[in-house]
Design a protein around this ligand. Structure first.
Ligand code: PLP
Length: 423
């Protein structure tokens, strides 16, 4: 596609966009009386207009049915997690038995590590990217300490080569091979939160398995953003949150994936709760935990219906839009943003883009590393109604989301950014 640096080109792209109607399905934030250019769906996705209806239906059922809603609500609460399965499975490339909406991301990460990080005397190390999201770092460190291990020794954090901002897949694979004898777990982000790098899940998983380790991913920035094939790629487990690209609201219910090959592995240790217990026997309140087959057997507590209703509202939109169509638009939208940014600063005097230039190695986010006056530039664009985010020490992250952002948004953002560069 040949892009053009004009508003009329951006408008033409918007008119030709087969997904353009979906923008109307969302509330777009208005700041100081002006509709914002919202590029922060990588932090908190926007509210679908249908969310209220989904919540209201649950409130109505609760008001009229009370406890009977567990069985007689229009979406019976006892089985609520099942209503999210089909679309979640599509989004992560899985079978319904492999995905479940439950808890929150960090909690799910701990639950998965309890089962899939099983260190032995010889094989006890975890390998991951350096600069992983803080909560993941805390989870890794605390899991290591829980097993009596020293993170200084047992946690391998891979850094990009000198002068480079992202990791090369070949270097990740080589590091996994180098540590093959001592690795218990390979765990990476799907899309790295700071750089926007979309890791090669297939190659990392293959390398991890060849080394004899389990392989997991934190898909917080990947789910609903990039196409995923967790089942086909044999990933052991994955976790994600739903408040970013899945638009399920602040603090939304999260998700987890466990590959079908582990569905009946009842020997795998796990922290159990009654909602993971065999459904037929759950209310017999008997001693002895009998896990449900599949990832549902990792559930702890009864399902949070209001949070689930919000997730369902958004998943319905994904079902209509289709992740393949979204990815197609996303490649163009982010490609256009990259094109305009490069035209603005061809010699990288003001900034450089950390995110890989290869579109297959990124989602919709571009991370702009500022070389001068970064924070001031960020504050200036914020005053013009742009909602982006700042990540210390020097990055402005911008994420044009194909469900609700437009090519005109991208054009206008770069115009505002241009005006803000000289402070
Ligand atoms: C990559 C990543 N991992 C983990 C988390 C923490 O998620 P939670 O607060 O839902 O546990 C976040 C939050 O933004 C994240 O971006």
């Amino acid at each position: 596609m040949k892009f053009d640096n004009t508003l009329s080109f951006a408008r033409k792209m918007d008119q030709a966009d087969p997904l353009k109607e979906f923008r109307k399905a969302f509330h777009l934030p208005v700041i100081n009386g002006k509709r914002s250019i919202y590029f922060t769906g990588n932090s908190l996705g926007l509210q679908p207009k249908s969310t209220k209806k989904f919540i209201d239906e649950e409130l109505q059922d609760w008001a009229t049915l009370g406890v009977e809603g567990h069985v007689h609500a229009r979406r019976p609460w006892l089985y609520y997690h099942k209503f999210t399965k089909k679309i979640l499975a599509k989004l992560v490339g899985a079978k319904p038995i492999e995905v479940v909406a439950m808890n929150q991301l960090t909690m799910n990460l701990h639950l998965m590590m309890v089962s899939f990080y099983r260190p032995t005397k010889q094989r006890y190390k975890i390998i991951t990217e350096s600069g992983a999201f803080s909560s993941d770092q805390y989870a890794f460190e605390s899991q290591l300490k829980f097993h009596g291990l020293n993170p200084e020794d047992a946690l391998i954090e891979l850094k990009p080569r000198a002068g480079e901002s992202t990791l090369r897949t070949a270097d990740i694979v080589a590091a996994i091979r180098e540590h093959a004898q001592e690795l218990a777990l390979v765990i990476f982000g799907g899309v790295q939160y700071y750089t926007g790098q979309f890791f090669d899940i297939k190659k990392i998983t293959e390398a991890g398995h060849q080394a004899g380790a389990c392989v997991g991913f934190d898909l917080a920035h990947a789910v609903g953003n990039v196409p995923l094939n967790l089942h086909r790629h044999q990933v052991d487990f994955a976790v994600w949150c739903s408040y970013k690209y899945l638009n399920a609201g602040p603090g939304a219910i999260a998700g987890a994936f466990v590959h079908e090959k582990h569905a009946k592995r009842f020997d795998v240790p796990r922290f159990a709760g009654w909602w993971g217990h065999d459904e037929q026997e759950r209310f017999q309140m008997k001693k002895g935990f009998l896990p449900i087959v599949g990832v549902d057997g990792w559930q702890l507590s009864n399902f949070p219906i209001i949070s689930g209703a919000v997730l369902l509202a958004s998943l319905e939109i994904f079902q209509h839009a289709g992740i393949k169509n979204l990815r197609k638009k996303s490649l163009l939208l982010t490609g256009y943003l990259e094109f305009l940014l490069k035209e603005l600063d061809p010699n990288e005097y003001y900034f450089t883009i950390l995110t890989p230039a290869n579109p297959t190695e990124r989602g919709c986010q571009l991370s702009i590393a500022m070389k001068r006056n970064g924070k001031k530039v960020f504050q200036k664009i914020t005053k013009t109604g742009v909602v982006a985010d700042w990540r210390e020490p020097q990055v402005i992250r911008v994420a044009p989301v194909p469900l609700y952002n437009t090519f005109s948004d991208v054009y206008q953002f770069v115009e505002q950014f241009k005006k803000s560069l000289v402070v």
